[in-house]
Design a protein around this ligand. Structure first.
Ligand code: NAD
Length: 496
């Protein structure tokens, strides 16, 4: 199957100079070939978006909202088709793909309220018979560059707000699971979005670099690993663009001695191994405050033994394969690295039974105990089903571990002590905090973003920050002719 770009409201008909294989991770087979855009292919998409912008920026708020409502209905009606596409290219189990789409729907629903969201301020008689008001205007063509791990949700963190604010979009999804983006493009067209408002170019660094350099691209929203996020932020801003670049993560779950350890173990396993650990909000480190370590590790191990790992399309499977063979090999290499560094390999995922094709990109859930903060299994974002337990003597030591980590995406504290939870939310240098909630992804009417190396730029994704990011403010000071205000005055304008 050929997977190609979507430009100007239709599938691209050109011939790509380069293509890439797209795998079904549960079988290891190549399921499609995706075209890689050259710089001039990106230019074609930007031109289509630029032309569409001249009309779309003046589409009424009612029309923009209507498109979003229609898109929301279509996405909801077709969500099981989209879930199958996601599972076939990403590998996550179908119920998890459905969960991703549900969160995406919520982001679309937020954008349906765009008439309310774009209301400006108005001050009558700011000065005598002078009115002042603010308006939010779109930026123009915006680029969205997304990672493999949420092929529908992450694009929809940005695209609905960008479009509803009156911008036009060029999306460059991950080349590992590109089909979901095309599905979304078709649904937008069916929802009545004019041609050229939403475009998709597939590919790799070459396409990304052109988006970052193109003078007509006014802003870039990026989600991916930290080194690329930093590169995108630095390159995009150097080229005069507004950039928000969300990076990688190492999310800690602190378990205090008074916590309900069954609840904490359930949460650690769910958040550590859901989507095979390939979530930017996955828990990858459990910080066990003395004396809970032994009991907690025991409870986590028991639960891991019960996990049903296999092809996400098979009934009952809870955890699928990793996205590619290369990524699986990289994640697997940490098992030996952790052991030789001195950590205790409590559960070795290589021994887990698999309900799927032998050629799939499998690695079962893995648990390390007695992990030190200088080991590579701790310092690196592994992005797979490998959970580390770091033992600390006190609450303060737990906070020190989390705050010393360069990432600051998400964190959670498990406790029944409200005072400790409140202190944690105040002291912790992380953008999203859960109290007895392991994956605290904000609802769509807040905004999503980490701190430190997990976010470059000052705008978080979606919600109010999204509307702010995709608009620029204009303030109008207006006076209608009034004979009482005649006369020359060279002084600096003052209010009277
Ligand atoms: P990635 O950084 O490899 O790729 C992200 C995007 O950048 C893709 O579209 C890819 O084609 C492009 N890209 C890759 N290499 C590039 C290069 N050298 N130059 C320019 N562009 C390049 O990330 P991934 O493996 O697709 O996704 C996993 C990463 O994303 C993890 O680090 C995860 O934590 C992170 N992530 C973060 C969030 C968040 O909200 N902070 C959300 C989801 C995923």
């Amino acid at each position: 199957m050929r997977i190609t770009h979507w430009i100007g409201g239709k599938a691209w008909t050109g011939i790509a100079q380069r293509t890439g294989d797209v795998y079904d991770p549960a079988t290891g087979q190549v399921g499609g070939q995706v075209d890689f855009a050259s710089a001039s292919d990106v230019d074609e998409a930007v031109t289509a978006a630029r032309e569409a912008f001249s009309r779309w920026r003046n589409a009424s708020l009612a029309q923009r909202a209507n498109v979003m409502f229609s898109f929301r209905e279509l996405l909801n009606a077709r969500k099981s088709d989209l879930a199958e596409i996601i599972t076939a290219e990403h590998g996550k189990v179908l119920s998890d793909a459905a969960g991703e789409i549900q969160r995406a729907l919520e982001a679309v629903e937020f954008a349906c309220g765009i008439p309310q969201l774009l209301k400006g301020g108005f001050s009558e008689n700011a000065s005598t018979k002078v009115d002042v008001y603010s308006i939010q205007q779109p930026l123009g063509v915006v680029g969205v560059i997304s990672p493999f791990n949420f092929p529908a949700m992450v694009p929809l963190w940005f695209v609905p707000n960008a479009i509803a604010c009156g911008n036009t979009v060029v999306l460059k999804p991950s080349e590992k699971d590109p089909s979901a983006a095309n599905f979304l493009a078709e649904l937008f067209a069916e929802a009545g979005l004019p041609d050229g408002v939403f475009n998709v170019v597939h590919g790799d660094k070459e396409a990304v670099d052109r988006i970052l350099e193109h003078p007509e691209v006014k802003a870039v929203s990026f989600v991916g690993s930290t080194p690329i996020a930093r590169y995108v932020y630095e390159t995009g801003t150097r080229n005069g663009k507004r950039v928000q670049a969300l990076g990688g993560a190492k999310n800690h779950m602190v378990v205090l001695p008074d916590a309900d350890l069954d609840l904490a173990a359930d949460a650690a396993v769910s958040a550590g191994f859901g989507s095979a650990g390939e979530r930017c909000m996955a828990i990858s480190v459990v910080v066990a405050v003395d004396p809970v370590g032994d009991e907690l590790v025991g409870k986590i191990s028991e639960r891991i033994a019960e996990l049903h790992v296999g092809d996400g399309r098979r009934p009952g499977c809870e955890m699928g394969p990793l996205v590619t063979g290369a990524h699986r090999d990289r994640v697997r290499s940490y098992l030996d690295a952790g052991r030789s560094a001195g950590a205790k390999l409590v559960v070795d995922g290589r021994g887990h039974s698999i309900d799927g094709d032998d050629a799939g990109f499998w690695l079962g859930p893995t648990l390390f105990d007695h992990v030190d903060v200088d080991m590579s299994i701790y310092t690196d974002e592994i992005f797979g089903p490998v959970l580390s337990v770091v033992r600390v003597p006190s609450y303060d030591a737990a906070v020190d571990v989390v705050n010393a980590n360069p990432y600051g995406n998400g964190t959670a504290i498990f406790t029944n002590d409200g005072g400790a939870a409140r202190r944690y939310q105040n002291e912790i240098e992380v953008g999203m905090v859960g109290v007895n909630v392991a994956i605290p992804v904000p609802v769509s009417y807040y905004s999503f973003g980490g701190w430190k190396d997990s976010l470059f730029g000052d705008s978080h994704a979606y919600g109010p920050h999204g509307v702010h990011f995709f608009t620029r403010a204009k303030v109008v000071t207006s006076r209608w002719l009034d004979p009482s205000h005649g006369g020359v005055n060279l002084g600096f304008p003052q209010n009277s």
